[in-house]
Design a protein around this ligand. Structure first.
Ligand SMILES: [Zn+2]
Length: 337
């Protein structure tokens, strides 16, 4: 899955970054992968798969090694993989272009794992959320009203990256859907909790509005899943929906940074805007979509690598901001009493 966080940042850079977001949205939609690729139609690939299946799967069945069977590789899938590799190696030798197969680059697998780097970076992203959750538990002020919302941010993050790791280990329809739905849930949860902090909706008088907002977000997410699962599996729509929700979220954090930085003149208030900028730049890696370096490291894996540090930085922001908020509220109480 290609998680999407496209958002402008603060101050004078807002407009160029907004334009960059629009441009990225256009290219993202224009370059959404489809399940059939040029490689699938290469005559040498088709012939290779046919011969391999007839020989190794039908005439003289060749057992698939146990560790590969564990990851659900069967004989025809083995043929498909072996032919992708041999066709790619032969094309490289003859100076021909490297082509995608079934919507993906022909990666060299590791212990049966299809995209080892994407798996490693997905696990590290998930771990960043796990470490973040532990620091939230340790460091958030006990009376901070958004504490449970932030913990749920970690749970959504860990779930999303778990699904991503599974999908990049083995690409099936089911694992792909889990990856997309996990990422969708993560992006939607971001939109849910962001206004609670940005507009301080955690104050008791907004309780009903927050509940309503929650139901709205949940309904939108369920409708999104229903559409993809039961009406039409549509990569372009899915990407556009994620970009839209992510862009609104990032605009809200951009507003937060502009507002609090101009008010407080403290560097930490600008962190959300800087993190958003980082993510936009990181996402531009994804758009390059070059053939994998050493048959392993592609732009998508690099994009997953580039989100690890911003996740860690984000937790530092949440904790720092919560402490400032609580101290500020206590100061006000002291002045009043
Ligand atoms: Zn991915």
């Amino acid at each position: 899955m290609r998680p999407v966080f496209l958002f402008p940042t603060r101050g004078a850079t807002t407009l160029p970054l907004a334009s960059l977001s629009a441009l990225l949205l256009f290219f993202t939609i224009a370059t959404v992968p489809v399940s059939a690729s040029r490689g699938d139609n290469l005559p040498e690939f088709k012939a290779c798969v046919q011969t391999c299946v007839e020989k190794n799967c039908l005439l003289e069945p060749t057992p698939v090694p146990f560790h590969l069977r564990l990851l659900l590789w069967n004989c025809p899938a083995e043929c498909d993989y072996a032919c992708q590799r041999s066709v790619t190696e032969s094309r490289k030798r003859h100076g021909q272009s490297i082509e995608q197969f079934h919507g993906k680059w022909p990666f060299r697998r590791l212990f049966g794992i299809q995209e080892p780097f994407s798996v490693i970076f997905s696990v590290l992203n998930g771990y960043a959320h796990y470490v973040g959750l532990r620091s939230l538990r340790r460091e958030l002020p006990k009376n901070y009203p958004l504490a449970s919302y932030y913990r749920w941010f970690s749970y959504f993050g860990m779930f999303c990256w778990f699904c991503s790791a599974i999908f990049h280990t083995r690409d099936f329809v089911f694992t792909e859907r889990m990856d997309y739905f996990g990422a969708g849930a993560n992006v939607m949860y971001g939109l849910y909790y962001t206004p609670l902090r940005v507009f301080r909706l955690y104050r008791p008088r907004f309780q009903n509005a927050v509940r309503l907002w929650g139901y709205l977000c949940l309904a939108a997410y369920l409708a999104h899943v229903y559409y993809l699962q039961f009406v039409r599996w549509d990569y372009t729509y899915n990407m556009a929906a994620n970009v839209f929700v992510g862009a609104v979220t990032n605009l809200l954090w951009t507003y937060f940074s502009i507002h609090y930085y101009s008010k407080l003149r403290r560097f930490w208030a600008a962190w959300p805007g800087l993190i958003v900028t980082w993510l936009i730049l990181a996402m531009s890696l994804e758009l390059l979509d070059f053939p994998p370096l050493a048959d392993a490291l592609d732009a998508h894996a690099l994009w997953h690598a580039a989100t690890i540090l911003p996740a860690m930085w984000w937790y530092r922001f949440l904790i720092h901001d919560s402490r400032q908020t609580v101290e500020h509220a206590e100061d006000i109480m002291r002045v009043k009493s």
